[in-house]
Design a protein around this ligand. Structure first.
Ligand code: SF4
Length: 290
């Protein structure tokens, strides 16, 4: 009998080394992904990673899986399409808060409410790091960063609250400074059937005006430590997501509900990518649109 080759995290490395700034929160996410793939016994050919535009997007060069680097704000619809075409594969969208909560905000809401079976990792650092440090939609009115010349008086988007309100079925918050918890959350999110969001507090050390790791370490507490917390209760999850004096991390909400792909007869028999299409006359098809 052939012995299965057991993967190591380093098997997911490409020949290119990550180029993020030293201390960037993207490193912890990259590391967690590799370790979780090994723990879940996933092989590179079983994983599709879709990256949006921003600092996190260069991850497409550093992780050995199928990968797609798309235009600004479109990581979620492309991941959703990939997931429907190849629904046996593990599909993960990774992108920043400017990308997913700004240009891609509308797609995010509809992926949540459709309960599309993908995992979304939101690399949340409150800035557009690649573009020069402008405040992003998750940056609050107490946040002054990078090229912002003054404190801007606008309300930030809270990705966890938005996901709860929009109908996602697995919603969590992680922190790059807590890699153990991040890995546990990621493992459960990838296993979950339905739309899973992990809002990862992933400091940008270039455009933060404070000791951002220290700031989070003082504010954060783990939801796992709150014994009475029931993560199947939507109202309770929503209330927790609004806490601001201290910041809960962990799984806020998790329920099992029908996923979008279950409603599609086209993928009943086999994944779309396994259909033979070489005998289809594409010109005949295109001519129908002239
Ligand atoms: Fe990370 Fe900020 Fe550097 Fe971008 S600019 S790689 S987000 S630390």
């Amino acid at each position: 009998m052939r012995e299965e080759y057991r993967l190591k995290p380093s098997d997911f490395n490409t020949e290119r080394r990550p180029t993020w700034c030293r201390g960037c929160g993207n490193y912890a996410i990259h590391d967690a992904l590799k370790k979780v793939f090994v723990q879940l016994e996933l092989y590179p050919h079983q994983i599709i990673m879709v990256y949006g535009t921003g600092c996190s997007g260069s991850g497409v060069n550093f992780l050995r899986t199928y990968g797609f680097h798309c235009m600004h704000g479109r990581a979620i619809p492309i991941a959703a399409g990939a997931g429907l075409a190849a629904h046996k594969m593990t599909v993960i969208a990774v992108s920043g808060d400017g990308d997913i909560m700004g240009a891609g905000g509308n797609q995010f809401i509809h992926a949540c409410r459709r309960n599309i079976n993908i995992t979304c990792i939101l690399v949340d650092n409150h800035v557009y790091g690649l573009a020069g440090g402008q405040v992003s939609p998750t940056g609050g009115n107490d946040y002054k960063a990078g090229s912002a010349t003054r404190v801007i008086s606008v309300q930030p988007i809270n990705p966890v609250s938005l996901a709860i309100a929009s109908g996602a079925t697995f919603i969590a918050r992680g922190f790059s400074g807590d890699p153990l918890q991040l890995r546990e959350i990621l493992k459960k999110a990838v296993r979950h059937r339905g739309f899973s969001l992990i809002d990862v507090l992933a400091p940008c050390i270039i455009y933060s005006s404070v000791d951002i790791y220290g700031y989070y370490r003082r504010k954060i507490y783990r939801l796992e430590d709150v014994k009475s917390y029931d993560r199947s209760k939507k109202a309770e999850a929503f209330e927790k997501s609004l806490e601001n004096d201290r910041l809960p991390t962990g799984i806020f909400y998790k329920v099992d509900e029908p996923v979008y792909e279950d409603t599609l007869k086209q993928i009943d028999r086999k994944p779309l990518i396994d259909h033979i299409i070489s005998d289809i006359d594409i010109n005949k098809l295109l001519n129908r649109y002239y």
